[in-house]
Design a protein around this ligand. Structure first.
Ligand code: BES
Ligand code: ZN
Length: 593
């Protein structure tokens, strides 16, 4: 039998790690972590156990009695990294590894004080999905190998450490000049959900079971922005069943965080670009919160089934938005997603394997193939199932699905079998096979339209023909409506049209990054010089790949903007997360010479 996950050395014929005891000592000067991990196995075992690593320096491996166990660290394989094989002696149930992380551990970003809001303390955060836990902890780094854990984080005494976990009881006193924070995660999670951060952090309570963490300079604005998290939780619970993870806290990271949000259990990580000032980007929280059911309770067994994680969550996110703000608002979310999906299909080509839901990613780097397809095509598939079964039956199905698979990691095929069992005939009615295994968007994809949306799209489409919305019409637009409008404006535009847009829609000074980046992409692709300064500012400050990629792409259209891109990149690269740097480099490598 081949290993169950082509992105991990995890071998399901070997002993399985059930629980992890982790101690991490963070050295901000060296940008390294000294780590000790104990892997508690499911039963006393002997023979080999294969662990994933990436850049780790392994110092010792010991068994239950403290005696050294022989190990070999192989040469790095592409994507997977070096395999650490430990030979367990008879009856081993605990494997203790002492190690140090590499200086460029891809699962971490170390920030200088200048890269933070407060400018006075350094900061570090982890980001492990899909396969970067191995750059910080040697373990079976597959979502199929769920673990519970306890952890201690030791940091300089002026910093606060937080972790996506619950608190643990106090332990021994820390070393002088340091503080040790203790955590415990009693629920079995995939290793990609292990997450922590340390910096100058403060918190504000948002409700009895929710608080927000951020730097002091950001925490008030963040608390205001996400004040409605409790009603979001209540809405989600009414739809998907009780929230299973005790607390739901939020952590706002510095702007180099490469994602919009990350669903780390009990502590969602968020980009500060979600703080628009008017609560217009809280769909990111709806999405990460939804992962508490679709994703953290039930995740993909390996990267080939990633759509099961993100597609179901995007569908759930839109259901939460619909319940909170009404169908008209949810439809805008679907429309914005549809435009993104269309652009992805154009980029990949309709027949490209990247447009399949169930993928075969053997040999591919999950970061390199990451796209909107599993999100939006997956969500469309779920919406079609919902329409076909009827909402009431489908909601009952979702409850049964969560009940059946909670705390497990499943494949597309297990999902299909369960669907057929619970909602017989629905799979055939929607042509599940085409949806899951074929490229492109099937012709029975559900449409999301309202009169208002059709009007907005028509206004955007006709911009190039000289049609302009009136000042009164514009004043009436919600931020999402303005985003839909801008998405449909055909580019490039002549300078006068850019002047008009910026003056009438007040774009360059926007706090809503979805609108701002849509506009700056139009401006960059139109070689519109008055926007260059703002483009530079955004790319120097923000590392969120959803914004970094399209901006560098748009800058690729003209010799002058390509030169600008190169110049900005040179200055920005040292501050980018490794993933954002790669994304920008990837885009620029496609520029014409
Ligand atoms: N889990 C993802 C982020 C992710 C995916 C990190 C794959 C690493 C590998 C998270 O839930 C997500 O989808 N974030 C979105 C936000 C959204 C769709 C509202 C993002 O970052 O843009
Ligand atoms: Zn997600």
């Amino acid at each position: 039998m081949p290993r169950p996950d082509s992105h991990s050395y995890f071998d399901d014929l070997q002993p399985l790690t059930r629980h992890i005891e982790l101690s991490l000592d963070l050295d901000f000067d060296a940008r390294r972590i000294r780590g000790r991990v104990v892997l508690a196995l499911d039963e006393p075992s002997s023979g080999p156990i294969d662990l994933d690593t990436d850049g780790l320096e392994i110092e010792s491996v010991r068994g239950d009695d403290g005696a050294e166990l022989p190990f070999t660290l192989a040469d790095a394989e592409p994507v997977l990294g070096p395999r650490l094989r430990v030979e367990l002696s008879e009856g081993t149930s605990r494997v203790a590894v002492e190690y140090q992380t590499g200086v460029d551990a891809i699962g971490l970003q170390w920030l200088t004080p200048e890269q933070t809001a407060g400018k006075s303390q350094p900061f570090v955060f982890s980001q492990f999905q899909a396969i970067h836990a191995r750059s910080v902890v040697p373990l079976q780094d597959s979502p199929a190998a769920r673990v519970t854990f306890e952890a201690t984080l030791t940091v300089p005494e002026q910093l606060v450490a937080v972790m996506a976990a619950g608190p643990a009881t106090e332990g021994p006193d820390p070393l002088p000049g340091t503080r040790t924070f203790r955590f415990s995660m009693p629920q079995a999670i995939p290793p990609y959900l292990i997450a922590f951060a340390a910096g100058d952090l403060e918190s504000r309570d948002l409700s009895e079971r929710s608080r927000i963490w951020a730097e002091p300079a950001v925490v008030e604005a963040a608390a205001h922005e996400f004040a409605e998290v409790d009603s979001m939780m209540a809405t989600a619970e009414a739809m998907f069943g009780p929230y299973d993870w005790d607390r739901y806290d939020l952590l706002v990271l510095p702007p180099s965080f490469p994602y919009g949000g990350m669903e780390n259990p009990r502590l969602t990580f968020l980009t500060p670009t979600a703080i628009a000032g008017d609560r217009s980007l809280t769909d990111v929280v709806a999405h990460e919160l939804a992962h508490s059911w679709t994703g953290n309770l039930i995740t993909n067994a390996n990267a080939d089934h990633f759509w099961l994680n993100e597609g179901t969550t995007t569908w759930a996110e839109r259901r939460i938005i619909e319940a909170l703000h009404g169908e008209e608002v949810a439809i805008l979310g679907w429309a914005i997603g549809e435009q993104g999906l269309k652009a992805a299909f154009e980029r990949f080509g309709d027949d490209a394997p990247e447009t399949r839901l169930r993928t075969d990613l053997r040999g591919s780097d999950p970061d390199a193939v990451y796209s909107i397809v599993p999100y939006e095509k997956g969500a469309c598939f779920f919406a079609l199932l919902e329409r076909t079964a009827g909402r009431e039956r489908f909601d009952a199905f979702i409850h049964a699905y969560i009940e059946r698979y909670r705390f497990s990691s499943i494949t597309t095929e297990e999902f299909v079998a369960f669907l057929e069992n619970e909602l017989p005939g629905v799979a055939a009615a929607v042509d599940v096979h085409t949806w899951l295994y074929e490229p492109g968007l099937p012709s029975n994809a559900p449409r999301f339209r309202s009169e208002r949306l059709a009007w907005l799209i028509a206004r955007g489409d006709s911009f190039a023909n000289g049609e302009r919305p009136t000042t009164e019409e514009i004043a009436d637009w919600s931020p999402s409506e303005m985003q839909v409008y801008l998405q449909h404006v055909v580019r490039p535009l002549p300078t006068e049209d850019c002047d008009w847009l910026d003056a009438q829609l007040v774009l360059t000074g926007r706090g809503n990054y979805e609108i701002l980046v849509e506009w700056l992409s139009i401006a960059a692709g139109s070689d519109y010089e008055p926007a260059f300064a703002r483009i530079r500012e955004v790319l120097l400050e923000v590392g969120r790949m959803k914004y970094v990629r399209p901006l560098y792409e748009a800058l690729g259209a003209h010799p002058r903007t390509r030169a600008l891109a190169q110049e900005i990149f040179e200055q920005a690269a040292p501050g980018y997360h490794e993933l954002s740097r790669r994304a920008a480099e990837d885009v620029m490598s496609g520029y014409p010479d």
